[in-house]
Design a protein around this ligand. Structure first.
Ligand SMILES: *[C@@H]1O[C@H](CO)[C@@H](O)[C@H](O)[C@H]1NC(C)=O
Ligand SMILES: *[C@@H]1O[C@H](CO)[C@@H](O)[C@H](O)[C@H]1NC(C)=O
Ligand SMILES: *[C@@H]1O[C@H](CO)[C@@H](O)[C@H](O)[C@H]1NC(C)=O
Ligand SMILES: *[C@@H]1O[C@H](CO)[C@@H](O)[C@H](O)[C@H]1NC(C)=O
Ligand SMILES: *[C@@H]1O[C@H](CO)[C@@H](O)[C@H](O)[C@H]1NC(C)=O
Ligand SMILES: *[C@@H]1O[C@H](CO)[C@@H](O)[C@H](O)[C@H]1NC(C)=O
Ligand SMILES: *[C@@H]1O[C@H](CO)[C@@H](O)[C@H](O)[C@H]1NC(C)=O
Ligand SMILES: *[C@@H]1O[C@H](CO)[C@@H](O)[C@H](O)[C@H]1NC(C)=O
Ligand SMILES: *[C@@H]1O[C@H](CO)[C@@H](O)[C@H](O)[C@H]1NC(C)=O
Ligand SMILES: *[C@@H]1O[C@H](CO)[C@@H](O)[C@H](O)[C@H]1NC(C)=O
Ligand SMILES: *[C@@H]1O[C@H](CO)[C@@H](O)[C@H](O)[C@H]1NC(C)=O
Ligand SMILES: *[C@@H]1O[C@H](CO)[C@@H](O)[C@H](O)[C@H]1NC(C)=O
Length: 493
């Protein structure tokens, strides 16, 4: 079989023979998250940074991660491949959501969507069962693809899925019963896991013809283990009248009625059903989002990769478009890129409008292991790198305010020194504490304790030295001011 970089569809694998990413270590927790290199060049909007990094050689630190603006780790989830790790609103409350599962070199995945409350308790686990056909006929516990985990205003979950099927590809130079990937989406009831609506691109071949695909049928695709990826669905959101779906390999977004019928197509190549005004082009895009929808149009934001491993169109940009369905024009509103750091991202990526008033946008560059925040004047105010480009990727990346109060206790590890002991303290995921108090206990069950030391929080882990502790039992308390937020176990050293 051809190496992965021969086909533009194989966009999730990273380059081989890579070096490990720079990472941080701690004494109180066994974590090795990527170290962030940060350039703060202006004032960023409030919030933490949410990433799901993956590397080709290192699995420690491959997890859902939250960092603060100084690059301190705030939360590390279980070691697993994740996507779409972010804050969303469910029934009026902030929750964190992410996909976890297996990413295939074919450019999609099989997994499950997890929804956690602000104590990191898993409150909903969303799955999708078959019948789906896979490249090796394997059956999966859940067929939800990695590309979308979007909670709608009606508290349903939008997900994507890829199904293999045999189809006549002679119109585009293939064979009459070639294997291809069909792009599906599902709207799922979060409380019951029931499928409320579903859609298949191939069922709309009349309005989304295969001949429109920018993905070409080479001799290396068309078999069950190398199916042709005509559409490559990667974003799906609800609209006033139905849905808006992004098909990367069509360089297009499609507005659909609730019954799946295509209402209109906006193409980054030639506008599709619209006349392009100004800079309204895009290609190989990700993360299409709808804002300000009215009867005469909407604003469409997207991450314009403009590149694949085999096709370089232009520099990757963040794009905002005004779509007018009365006079059928698509007008470029914004095009974001860093003139000091032109990026060509061949896969993945995201565009998050942080604040409709100040206009800040947070972008994750997918296969290039960087995030950047732009201000309302399109100037970069924050950049961070997490490992080497094309060795480490995060499918999407976000900035969100978040209050985490973990259901687990703070961690403490004590190491003896000549003078006494060094106490290492952390509380994974806790956002609200700002100082620690270290107590000596009389036994591992004692309730009366004597204060030995205190210290302000220093990032993820705080260390203090205690001299001549009166007993071999210690307990630490995480506080906000004088208010106790969390208490560790009593540990012996
Ligand atoms: C949504 O939240 C309200 C309280 O704010 C609660 O009464 C209701 O049961 C919740 N709905 C679901 C489906 O959990
Ligand atoms: C999958 O199953 C079908 C039907 O049994 C068979 O024809 C095909 O060869 C199998 N494919 C693989 C990759 O095992
Ligand atoms: C996947 O494709 C196969 C073959 O065309 C079909 O039998 C099956 O119903 C499809 N699965 C779904 C969920 O549509
Ligand atoms: C397409 O058909 C031709 C002729 O039968 C064959 O040589 C070729 O291997 C087929 N290609 C695929 C991808 O199946
Ligand atoms: C889909 O819904 C639209 C709007 O309600 C309607 O005009 C159209 O006929 C429907 N299409 C099908 C195939 O039912
Ligand atoms: C669309 O264009 C029409 C005619 O120029 C105008 O009246 C309307 O406000 C526009 N709508 C949007 C959303 O731009
Ligand atoms: C379409 O409407 C937009 C405003 O939404 C306006 O800027 C543009 O000039 C109009 N174009 C045409 C061809 O009428
Ligand atoms: C939506 O419209 C409001 C009011 O005109 C404007 O402030 C805001 O920037 C718009 N949002 C987007 C994403 O264009
Ligand atoms: C930060 O700035 C330095 C100096 O300009 C540059 O070499 C580096 O690549 C930048 N890093 C990021 C993440 O922007
Ligand atoms: C408490 O300490 C005693 C003596 O050091 C030890 O035997 C016992 O296992 C400890 N109990 C717990 C719950 O740690
Ligand atoms: C600890 O933090 C408080 C509140 O920010 C500050 O007033 C105090 O000076 C700090 N103490 C030390 C020792 O840094
Ligand atoms: C604790 O003491 C050791 C020497 O015993 C020193 O190296 C270390 O920096 C001290 N740590 C703190 C947090 O003060």
């Amino acid at each position: 079989m051809a190496p992965w970089w021969y086909t533009a569809s194989s966009t999730l694998l990273l380059s081989m023979g890579a070096v490990a990413w720079p990472y941080s270590t701690y004494t109180s927790m066994p974590f090795q998250p990527p170290t962030l290199e940060i350039n703060q060049t202006g004032v960023s909007d409030p919030g933490y940074i949410f990433l799901g990094p993956r590397g080709s050689v290192q699995s420690a630190g491959q997890a859902a991660l939250i960092y603060d603006n100084a690059g301190n780790l705030v939360y590390e989830g279980p070691e697993e491949v994740t996507a779409n790790f972010r804050v969303q609103t469910l029934n009026g409350s902030d929750v964190i959501t992410f996909w976890a599962g297996d990413m295939l070199s074919l450019g999609y995945g099989y997994g499950t969507v997890h929804i956690l409350d602000n104590s990191y308790q898993e409150i909903h686990t969303i799955t999708l069962t078959g019948p789906f056909i896979t490249p090796d006929n394997s059956t999966q516990d859940s067929y939800i693809d990695l590309h979308e985990s979007h909670i709608t205003p009606r508290d349903t979950l939008m997900v994507t899925a890829y199904n293999l099927t045999q189809h006549d590809l002679t119109s585009i130079g293939g064979n009459s019963s070639d294997w291809m990937l069909d792009s599906h989406f599902y709207e799922i009831d979060i409380y019951t896991n029931e499928i409320l609506n579903s859609w298949s691109a191939l069922e709309h071949e009349d309005t989304i013809p295969l001949t429109s695909s920018h993905q070409k049928v080479g001799n290396d695709v068309g078999t069950q283990d190398a199916p042709y990826d005509a559409y490559h669905i990667n974003a799906i959101t609800t609209t006033n009248n139905g849905y808006l779906v992004s098909l990367r390999h069509m360089w297009s977004g499609y507005y659909l009625f609730h019954n799946g019928t295509v209402v209109w197509q906006v193409s980054g190549e030639d506008g599709g059903d619209f006349q392009q005004v100004g800079e309204a082009g895009f290609s190989w895009q990700h993360d299409m989002r709808v804002y300000n929808e009215t009867d005469s149009g909407l604003v469409l934001d997207l991450f314009n990769n403009a590149n694949t491993p085999t096709d370089q169109e232009s520099v990757t940009t963040g794009v905002s478009l005004s779509i007018n369905t009365t006079n059928m024009t698509v007008t470029g509103l914004r095009s974001l890129s860093d003139p000091n750091d032109p990026i060509h991202s061949v896969s993945q990526g995201s565009y998050q409008l942080l604040d409709e008033t100040d206009g800040h946008v947070f972008m994750d560059y997918g296969s290039i292991s960087k995030v950047k925040e732009y201000d309302g004047d399109d100037k970069v105010v924050f950049s961070a790198q997490f490992g080497d480009d094309n060795d480490v990727a995060s499918y999407r990346g976000y900035r969100f305010p978040w209050v985490g109060t973990p259901f687990w206790k703070p961690s403490v590890v004590v190491q003896r020194t000549d003078e006494g002991a060094t106490v290492f303290m952390s509380w994974n995921g806790a956002t609200e504490y700002d100082n620690w108090v270290v107590y000596s206990a009389t036994s591992n069950t004692s309730v009366t304790t004597q204060q030995l030391s205190s210290a302000n929080r220093t990032g993820f882990e705080t260390a203090v030295n205690v001299t001549s502790p009166p007993t071999d039992f210690l307990q630490v308390v995480a506080r906000q001011g004088n208010a106790v937020l969390g208490t560790s176990e009593i540990v012996t050293f």
